[in-house]
Design a protein around this ligand. Structure first.
Ligand code: MN
Length: 215
């Protein structure tokens, strides 16, 4: 390889552009003073999960996410839940976002956009997302309980925000209406799974951007 070519490739990498095409699979391991996480993801999976971490409500939600997205997802994690669930929930979100980004590489051939309305009994949830390379996050929802079981409801937003930031996507979530807080959060995770699956399917095209690049 000519030096000039090599330098150009290094420049691309240093700017955060992944030159490799989508593999749809990735592994992320993250250790900090607060949490330790091992996460494996296959975006073109069949909905197989192995979820082993001490936040039961988030296990339930990630199971729904994986089944409705038909992702294979392993999350083995532990953390300082004696403080509260915050760090572990946030960090699992960061790792999931990072895994999505890594699995997609330069995003050549994927649909890029995904959207889904998901009814959950009396609740209607919506997810619209764009794997744009630019993190953005909105959640329109009015939860009426501070906790669902032992899970602080405010962590729903923290989790999805972490996914959007590290997954470098515009993630727009909304509860159009609903009464039961458990149903509302279930609707969001199911809609997000289905919308994400749609966005990572192959479209047969090139990079789905007028700029020719999606970071
Ligand atoms: Mn449930």
């Amino acid at each position: 390889m000519a030096d000039e070519q090599r330098n150009n490739q290094q420049t691309d990498r240093s700017q955060g552009q992944n030159p490799d095409g989508p593999t749809f699979q990735s592994t992320v391991t993250r250790e900090t003073g607060e949490t330790g996480i091992h996460l494996e993801l296959n975006l073109h999976g069949t909905g197989q999960t192995k979820l082993d971490f001490p936040v039961p409500f988030l296990r339930h939600m990630l199971h729904l996410f994986a089944v409705h997205g038909q992702f294979d997802l392993t999350v083995e994690a532990d953390g300082d839940i004696d403080v509260d669930d915050h760090h572990l929930v946030e960090d699992i979100g960061l790792c999931l976002g990072k895994a999505i980004s890594q699995a997609l590489g330069n995003k050549v051939g994927i649909r890029r956009y995904g959207e889904r309305h998901t009814p959950m009994d009396e609740t209607l949830a919506r997810c619209v997302l764009d794997l744009s390379g630019r993190p953005a996050f909105r959640l329109l929802a009015s939860f009426t309980n501070e906790r669902i079981g032992s899970f602080p409801t405010e962590l729903v937003s923290e989790f999805f925000k972490s996914v959007a930031n590290e997954g470098r996507m515009a993630l727009h979530l909304a509860i159009l209406y609903g009464e039961n807080n458990h149903h509302m959060v279930e609707g969001l995770f199911k809609a997000m799974g289905a919308a994400l699956r749609q966005s990572v399917e192959l479209s047969g095209g090139g990079v789905p951007s007028s700029k020719g690049v999606l970071e």
